[in-house]
Structure formats: structure tokens, C-alpha cells
Design a protein around this ligand. Sequence first.
Ligand code: DQQ
Length: 491
Amino acid sequence: RALRDPHRPRFHFTSPGGWLNDPNGLTHWKGIYHLFYQYNPLAPAHHRIHWGHATSTDLVHWTDEPVALVPGTSGPDRDGCWSGVLVDDAGVPTIIYSGRHGEHELPCVARGSADLRYWSKDRANPVITAPPAGVDITAFRDHCVWREGQVWRQLIGSGVRGVGGTAFLYESDDLRSWRYVGPLLTGDASQNQGELDWTGTMWECVDLFRIGESEEADGTDVLVFSAWDEGTTHHPLYWTGHYQDDTFTPTALHRLDYGGRYFYAPQSTRDEHGRRIMFGWLQEGRTDEANAQVGWCGVMSLPRVVTLGEDGRLNQAPVPELTQLRRERVEVAAGPLTDPYTRLHPVRGDQLDIETTLRLAPGARARLVVRETPDGAERTVVEVSRAHDGTGGILRLHRENSSLDPTVDTEPRYGELPLDADGRVDLRVLVDHSALEIFAGGRPLAARIYPTRPDEAVGVGIGADGDVTLERFDAWQMASAFTEGPRPLWP
Ligand code: DQQ
């Protein structure tokens, strides 16, 4: 039944059925990309989480692999194998994950077969038996593990009650016996919770990496985390700064994706080509009942290449491999956009890749409409605007009319948009049924939309208020990356 759901994406990865959340254990291992993920194969509900597994040679087409980790019938992970990473321990693929028992999570280790298909858990799990003593913590889970000189280092996400989110740093010679070093960095949770860059009372899925390193440049250290509070997933953020002497000295805090919780718990890896590849979890915006009816939920974002921009922020773009799914191309003639709205009749569909360059005068705004019904009753609007003083801009996603279903989330999303000195911005919009990923000037915004008339909601249009020039507009139909046939839950 999940296959007949018109909201199920066709070129974003979804699980064969049941529940999917965080990307885990990302690795490019001997030419094969491995994507593991938080998975409940039995129902679209966050319960007794397994590690699902899929492989790809091109980051576009994925093959389901046997479920990698199953919660134990007893032991430290009897209530779930939560998020973690995969490292290369002198040739042995090794997973470090959070075993859940009752309300507690503790670090566990599993060794993999050479093909990364079969995993055996260490008998001595958990490998850390308690969080750091003497600290009143909000949670203790999720892992970032790397090799530093002769030792392994690990971060575990946490929070100090009454203070803020944090990441605890540990050190080990063998991935089994760990020494606590100290907190790497601690946030301040006293800010207004409503702020879009509120750092939360706990940091989920911390991910530390260096970026932008070259012969000329030292690079920047980046600490990604997802702000969490009392069971609520808020949004992914990152600090830029410098990691040295067991601490992280931050330079600035930024929003990672303007979709907020729609791009949650990201994880990244450096692939064999030296690229920083990141995936995130695109959560649902419909009700648990709606998920139960279709039998699946949770979408993996498109893989993104992350680079360091000249402004010291992260630039994100879908991996170039995805262009192999592009089919018929439709080009719209360049020129000034004089109408508030024009329907682009040759462009339509629910699997699209749109690339446009817009030039905005100060005070102008442009909108790109997707998934519009012929009568306009349902439509999703991507808007870019330039400040009156010409300095910067705003990217905004309007979902108020994305769906006539009153139970789906329609909250708008927005964030700062960099424009060049002439007011130019490159906008890329990928539509894949309910999954929407927008990249504007390197800033991403992911979200979900659920038109009630999905077969008719295929229209695309463009319009402007003020002085806007369309410098380029190309749209492609996107082929499906997934076959229509049923995918076995346990291949
Ligand atoms: N989800 C996992 C946790 C992580 C959270 C459990 C983030 O490990 O903290 O499925 O979505």
C-alpha cells in the first residue's frame, strides 16, 4: 500500500516500509557508499529502532541491504539501536551506536563483516557504563568518532541541566575502553526558545569536521548538532570555529537548514573523492494517523556536498550525480519578469529539478510556484526578496496553501539569503512528491508538502513584484531512482 501513496518520493531515499529517521554510519568504503539509518521495519512509529542499510555506487540509485543492527532480546540495546557512526578500525568496519534500555542510552560497539552486511555486537557492551559523574545531564547519546594521531576520539551529545546543550569528549586506544576528557563546548539554553537559532537543552547527533583545508588555507572546524529539548526536535545548527587542545573555540553560530526540523539529525562523511557529503532526515509534516495509513514515513534528504563559502559559512548543494536523473529539459526565455504571476505551461510535474538565476533590484521580490492545481487552490510558493537598502535578502517558503488538508503542517519557513552586489541569486528547487529541497545562494531549505489533489497539483509558475530579471530558467523532469516493485523488508 505504501507504493500507491502519491506523497512517497521517487528520487529521495525512503525505507522499504515502516519508520525511518536519522542517517547513520555514513561511509564511502572501497568505492561503495553505505547509508545506514534509524529504522523500525515493523511500523511507521518511532519504536524499537533498528539500523536499516542501503548501498550505492553513485549516490542516486540505492540497493536495500539486510538490516544491520536489531535490538537485543536483552542487554543494553533491548529497546533500540540508536544513532551512531561507522569507523575503519585497521580494516575492520566498526559501528559505535547508542544502545537504549528503558530511558537510558549508552555507547555500544559492533564489528562488521568485510562487506559491511553482517554485524556482531561486543559482549562487553556498553563500552561506557555511565555518563560523566557529577554532572546533571539532560541526555547522553549519539556519537562522532575519529582518529587523532595515535588515539581514537569520540564526542557524545548531551546537555547540562540548567545550562545548555553540550558534547562530551572521550579518548580511547581501542574503541572499547574510553577515558573522559571533558566537555568540548557548552551552549547557553537561557535564550528565548522561539529563536530559530536557539541551541536547546541537548545536542543531538553532534558531527565535528574540518572543511576548506588546502595548501593555501588552514580550514575551519565545524561542529554540527541538532537542538533538542524535552522530546522536541527543534532544528540543526552549526558552530564554526577552531578545535584545539580538547576544546572548540567558536567563531559563529549558524542555522544549517532553514527548514528547521525538516532537515534534522544530519550526519556527514568525507568520501573517497575528498568531498564532504551530508544527509539529513526530512521528517513528516502529517499526522501519525496519516503515516499509519500509508505504512511508511520519513525521507532521507538528497545527499549534499558541503563546502566552505567565502563568507565563512557552509555552502550546500545536491551532489552533481543527481543530474543523471534529469530527463526532458524545458527552458524559459530570459528577460524582465513583468507580471505578478505567470503560469509556465510547458513546465509541470511532481518530480522536477528547477534551476534559475534571478536578479532583484532593491525592494523587489520574486516567486516561484510549484505543485499548483489548475484552479490555484493548492500551491506552494518559494519567494526570494531583496532588502530595500539592497544589502541582503530573504528566502521564504509559503506552505499556507500547499494543502487543503487542515491536519498537515503549513508553517512558513524563512532565512537570510546572500545576494551578489547586483542582487543576483541562484535558486535551485527540487520537487519530489511530498519532499521539497530548495537551495538559494548555497543556503538550503527542506520541507514537506501534501497536496490533497496530488495528481492535479503539478503546475509551475513564476512572478515578481518590483524590478526582477530572469537571467536563466531551466527545468527538468526527474526520473525515479526507485523501481515501482515492492521492496522486501528483510532482503
Ligand atoms: N534520534 C535517535 C537518537 C537521536 C535522535 C533515535 C535524533 O539517537 O538523538 O532514533 O533524531
